[in-house]
Design a protein around this ligand. Sequence first.
Ligand SMILES: [Zn+2]
Length: 500
Amino acid sequence: MKKCCMTLLALGLVAPGALVAQSASPSETASPVGTLDAADRAAVERLGGQLMLAGKAYEYDRMLADEIGPRLTGSANYVKAAEWATEEFKRLGLSHVHREPWEIAATWEPETFATASILAPHAQRLHLESDGWSPSTPPGGVRGKVFYLNALTEDAVKANAAQIRDMIVLLDGESLKAAGPLEFGKLLDTIALVGAEGARGLLMGLGDVNNISAELGVTCCNGAVSHLPTADVGREDTLLLRRLLAHGPVEVEFSFANRVREHVKVDNVVAEIPGTDASGEYVVIGGHLDSWHLGTGAEDNGTGAASVLAVAQAVMAGGVKPRRTLRFVLFGGEEEGLLGSIHYARDHAAEMDKCAGVFITDTGSEPPQGWYVFGRDDEKKALGAITPELESLGAVGTTDEGRFAFSTDHGPFLIHGVPSFVLWTPLEKYFGLHHKPSDTFDKVNQRDLNLGAAVVGVTALAFADAPQAMRHLTTAEMEEQLKKIKAFDEYSDMKTHNMF
Ligand SMILES: [Zn+2]
């Protein structure tokens, strides 16, 4: 997820925790998409069986994670992954297989892994890595005394301006908690303010697991490189720095080099299985292809990208002819703020009214519980058309949880009023791996991945075959929906920062 892949999550603003089911099962009332006829229901069920028993998601994820490796947006590995996915869609026999380029302000890749240590009161190594889209440290590294900022707010930065100047500023989970709800753009603005007040560097101690730099996120909006060298510090090191600071001055140094290229074309990968009717309507089955680089992005989001390919493979293998077109999209730049899907939605705005639904997966391989529906009761009712099939997969639930309303690639569709669905799974395992060196293929559970891919395939095909397409929300309705699920401030923040 972005901000999870969800950058807000990456930056630790949202504590992992149990989500609450908003409804145990879809409503009993009539589905707004109508009832599947027997032949369509049989096709949906065959597809689910194919994905469960002979699905290719596990093998696709192995190829992405182990053979291609980490896939930072615009990197050589990302290009390789986009080429590989393109060739695979072609080999499977899909139509209109192509790549759609968009431009990122800058690509970013570590040139060296970081070195870092405490210099005083005693010498000790620190576990630290550069944050995403941070500039390199100056030659010789950043060296200075540490100042702990206890609240990441504009007021606190200004009130502490004298202490921040020429210091290395440390933030941790408590500093963010003290700031209250911070949207993505506002968070990055406040971090930029720390740099503007003359800090030499920024240490983010947001990790919740053992001493690894763990919570990579971007440090600047819209794919641009930030101005202040910013690093993630391991949890135990952060706690040590806090304890040492309680007893006197602490001096640290850190050093890393990052390679930046400006104005780079990045490709989304698109392929279709054409629908049989002439309405021009389509459903999107998507996920992000990019990942962070400390691990291999097997769970964030190798599982999602692999599920997209696996659904395409299973539909082709079963000779299924959907009523509406199935459009498969692998996005880049998700981790930098949904950049690939934002560009996609802009480029396809003229045909957005034909989009009968978007189905995204981005939370790794855990047993699916159902779908995030972001406050749309009509989506819950529409899912009622396939209650027996979703029940058999253990995934008949829905949640209105709003924290993830803009955390992955459905967001740019949701703001167009498109019926938007994100696979809903537990998150405990995911957040233990997400953006960390431990996000590797050995963590992927084949059964759970197949279950997730089956839920995606079954639901997307049911919406493609349904007698009616779901209606789109008007902008006013969409904004009301976001208020209802407490996601309106994040939407406003993204608009303010020219993301939407
Ligand atoms: Zn992700």
